[in-house]
Design a protein around this ligand. Sequence first.
Ligand SMILES: [Mn+2]
Length: 331
Amino acid sequence: MHQDYSPPPELLEFFERYACYYIVGHKEPDGDCVGSQLALASFLRRRGKDAVLISAGPFTRTEIASYEGSFSPRIAGAPAVGSAAVVLDCSSLKRAGDAALGLESLPLAFIDHHASGEDEGGLRFVVPSAPAVTCLVQALIEAFGDKPSREEAELLLFGLCTDTGFFRHLDERSAPAFAMTARLVEAGASPKRAFSMMNGGKPFASRKLMAELLSKAEALYGGRLILTWMGLEEQRRYGLVGRDSDMLYQLIMTVEGVEAAVVIRQEKPGECTVGFRSRELVDVAAIAAQFGGGGHRLAAGLHLYGELEQVKASVIEAFKPVFTDAQSGVK
Ligand SMILES: [Mn+2]
């Protein structure tokens, strides 16, 4: 038995103790969040527990859209007697948005792999070295001496592939993740199916949008930062379905000499989201944190109030110290 991300014994007790679990993820869920939530719910139900899936959504990403029906936007009425809440893929109830309403007073457990996130109390199984939360859910299932069912294995593999860019982001320290993946495949998960779930089914317009975002991208700081943006006008023209930032970052990060990529999206007047990717040297979580955002060293994001032009200017400014210090040598 290889247990590489061992959950604390209190967490196993936590999953024995209650009759009903509310399983919550972060706003704007992704494959890791949704896959972990669904796999954990299925596992708990197999153990005779009630599990209620809650997510604030939206389920705009094409690869998770079909799961929306399994989730409620928030709990209906008061929480059930003898219930507890589990928060996945984030370490604070705040990140869950309205999905957390009414759950604050319940016994809480957080299962997460993000380094940022303040300690809000409750049980915490937070492992920043885990490439996806699905690894921690799989470790939990295995710690109970069980194996994921075929359906759970598919969901866990889907989440792992989402957060690792189909294993592209994993380095030489990732043998544990590959060993865990082998067990998922043994349980019936198909990498081929996971790949088409992640990358298929995109609307034609979303590819046109990608072309537009690439064609107006700007290379800054001698090409070490590449930035592009999407305004309300593009949203109107191409719609929101199939927005596919992973593919966009992937294309940008293939450019010679690039160290970091930024994509700014105006969500509505006066509100933007900003996504960051780094190749290796730049800690983009630290840059996002300056604006109240968070994430990982090589992938981070934030939500910001402000018009696109202002946001763009301040984000570019935030990279200045990074690209003008001794480490880079070039102005
Ligand atoms: Mn994740």
